[in-house]
Design a protein around this ligand. Structure first.
Ligand code: ZN
Length: 63
């Protein structure tokens, strides 16, 4: 189980998928969704929305 490199929170597959999608697909260290939102200076809700969108497109990062 990996943890957020910023706050140390345990990550789930959605957090990891989002990090790969929004930051870098080749990353080996990840941030949780809220740190990711903070890093990108967007509301966490927007990240959720985009994840939903990617899921609907069948993005395998979020399976
Ligand atoms: Zn975090």
């Amino acid at each position: 189980m990996s943890c957020c490199i910023r706050c140390g929170k345990e990550l789930n597959s959605i957090d990891i998928g989002a990090h790969k999608k929004f930051i870098n697909r080749g990353s080996t260290e990840f941030m949780c969704k809220s740190c990711l939102a903070d890093e990108l200076k967007v509301p966490e809700k927007l990240i959720d929305k985009k994840i939903e969108h990617f899921k609907k497109q069948g993005c395998t990062l979020f399976l």
